[in-house]
Design a protein around this ligand. Sequence first.
Ligand SMILES: *Cc1c(COP(=O)(O)O)cnc(C)c1O
Length: 376
Amino acid sequence: MKKIQMVDLKSQYEKIKDTVNISIQEVLDTNTYINGPQVHQFQKSLEEYLDVKHVIPCANGTDALQIAMMGLDLKPGDEVITADFTFAATVEVIALLQLIPVLVDVDLYNMNISIEGIKKAITPKTKAIVPVHLFGRAANMEAIMAIAKEYNLYVIEDNAQAIGANCKFSDGTKKKAGTIGHVGATSFFPSKNLGCYGDGGAVFTNDDALAHKLRGIVNHGMYERYHHDVVGVNSRLDSIQAAVLNAKLPLLDEYGRARQDAARKYSAAFEGHKNIVAPTICSICDCHVFHQYTLRIIDADRNGLMQHLLEKGIPCAIYYPIPLHLQKAYADSRYNEEDFPVTNQLVREVLSLPMHTELDDEQIKFITDSVLQYLK
Ligand SMILES: *Cc1c(COP(=O)(O)O)cnc(C)c1O
């Protein structure tokens, strides 16, 4: 059996080596390392794929979130609501911009920001909501957009883990996660669902005026050479990363299906087990693209199971072991433990199994057998 990896970028690269190498070679041949035609081409292709008017490429996903927030008229002290259960980058940029992060609990069934939690957290100072499409599963954007409309709030989607996922609406329409709020942000970190071979990110919006503003912000606040109209940053997707992404974007849907197939096989093996709650897979709407395949282990020794798997050579991980409201950097006297029953429960129960595009049946069987062997 091939060695099991949490994310197997090497095997994936082996299959697309020729296309990727040719694409990178073009950059080397033309020597346009910054703002080369590859970046423009990627921007256009991604706009088409996502069905969004504007994609603004940038240096990484954290920058993308920061730039998205810089583009909106938020002022220091404004409150921004986000999920307590996510990667720290989401809340980090809120704090960096001197906005006040307001963390709320998540829902147990999808591990995404709680709609009730958002409603309870709104104050006259609230200016924005940042839903995170965690582990590749789209948050309930219909409900979030309804709240945003009612309270006149911006919605900034953290789509770092869910590029390609669909959000379904009650009128039957579907839209790509990241394109529904006022602005969306994503990451092309190598292990993300659309990963390059270094750092990369992008901001998306359907708002022409906001897109114009964002294009200046990523480039030192310049709209005309050496005229700095706003305080900006330097955040660029380089041409070599764009070349990698141009080779990989056409495969994104196929990659999503490979992840969903692996998830389906995992979940079939765990079905009905008293100690395992497996993520649900809806193949009709593609609302989950499985950046992670995350189980909840209930009434059993989650840490013991993790140890057992690691000893058998199966990588696995706890995303995330500490809720953000308990992190030193983001603790706040406004929080009460009773406000976070679900995140406090999830940090004890979650376990993410290997998930990538190259998992084969033999590996999946070995992993599921090993889990079931421990839990009996
Ligand atoms: C990866 C990630 C980011 C940050 O992306 P980088 O490209 O690593 O800066 C932000 N939010 C979430 C939810 C992520 O998973």
